[in-house]
Design a protein around this ligand. Structure first.
Ligand SMILES: NC(=O)c1ccc[n+]([C@@H]2O[C@H](COP(=O)([O-])OP(=O)(O)OC[C@H]3O[C@@H](n4cnc5c(N)ncnc54)[C@H](O)[C@@H]3O)[C@@H](O)[C@H]2O)c1
Length: 278
């Protein structure tokens, strides 16, 4: 008679290496990140700031990273006021040296990063025929190479710890393409390839790697759109409105939680229905 197949019980201790929830899950509510160390890039404003606040609210100790130290200090003060314990690190994801130094400082301070949110991003839009090489390079360096280098710099302790959550902030245009954004769309589609490949590499170590693909979200990045562009965007959104930074942050926090332990290599579309592809 064949041996009876039994699913491992998620409460079993010591199984977290197989991608199952951390043993201390027992003591946590779904989504509660008490005791976890998280790092959010691009945390000085917009979606990154909202992610930092959301993760802190869920109990994580949050390292905030961006270039603008003054703005980071403001976000840190907001988290502190809500009884979190953040730490701010000046880090330019377009610079390999800055990433190395920043990652070193963060690891010296916390010993590990368990939740990494690669959120820093820029746009330099133009039509392909006119796009400057520098605009291509800057966008790829910040949005894609930055995520690659920072993840690589923090991966070893995560592998050793046999638990981790990596969430990359991609974009709906990485799925659909967008006229005037060949550089940006290529970087965001690249992040999806990175997400799925890394997810396969590290799954056996209990690390999940996912992406969130926001649609049109009201942040300083989209505040530069003119009325005509806004109207065209809104017309393409079945839910009929722009999204908020908090709505993206909630999805990121979910993917970081034990509740998402069985989700990896996924691209979560948070776009009001703008794109409903697979
Ligand atoms: N707003 C949207 O509609 C939208 C849609 C899809 C995807 N996204 C993505 O979400 C992420 C956040 O966007 P946002 O709308 O909050 O934009 P934002 O411009 O408000 O914020 C971007 C953040 O990235 C940081 N940043 C930029 N370059 C950096 C660098 N070299 N090093 C370190 N930090 C750097 C900025 O300081 C800032 O904190 C980006 O990756 C963006 O591409 C945004």
């Amino acid at each position: 008679m064949p041996a009876k197949f039994q699913l491992p019980h998620p409460y079993n201790e010591g199984l977290e290496g197989a991608g199952l929830p951390h043993p201390s899950w027992k003591a946590r509510e779904m989504g509660n990140l008490q005791g976890r160390v998280a790092l959010v890039t691009g945390a000085s404003q917009g979606i990154g700031r909202a992610c930092a606040l959301e993760l802190a609210q869920a109990g994580a100790t949050v390292a905030l990273a961006a270039r603008n130290e003054a703005k980071l200090a403001e976000v840190a003060a907001e988290i502190e006021a809500a009884s979190g314990q953040p730490a701010a690190f000046a880090l330019d994801v377009a610079s390999e040296d800055s990433i190395k130094n920043g990652a070193k400082a963060i690891l010296e301070r916390f010993g590990k990063v368990e939740i990494l949110v690669n959120c820093a991003g820029i746009t330099r839009d133009d039509l392909m025929a006119r796009m400057k090489r520098a605009d291509w390079d800057d966008v790829l360096a910040t949005n894609l190479t930055g995520a690659f280098l920072l993840t690589q710099a923090l991966l070893r302790p995560m592998l050793k710890n046999r638990w981790g959550r990596i969430v990359n902030v991609s974009s709906v245009v990485g799925r659909t393409g967008q006229a005037g954004q060949v550089n940006y769309a290529a970087s965001k589609a690249g992040l999806i390839g990175l997400t799925r490949s890394l997810a396969r590499e590290v799954a056996s170590r209990g690390i999940t790697v996912n992406a969130v693909a926001p649609g049109y979200i009201e942040t300083p990045m989209t505040a530069v759109l003119d009325e005509k562009q806004r109207t065209a965007m809104l017309a393409a959104i079945p839910l009929g409105r722009a999204g908020t930074d908090v709505e993206i942050a909630k999805s990121v926090a979910f993917l970081a939680s034990d509740g998402a332990a069985y989700i990896t290599g996924h691209v979560l579309d948070v776009n009001g229905g703008m794109f409903m592809g697979g």
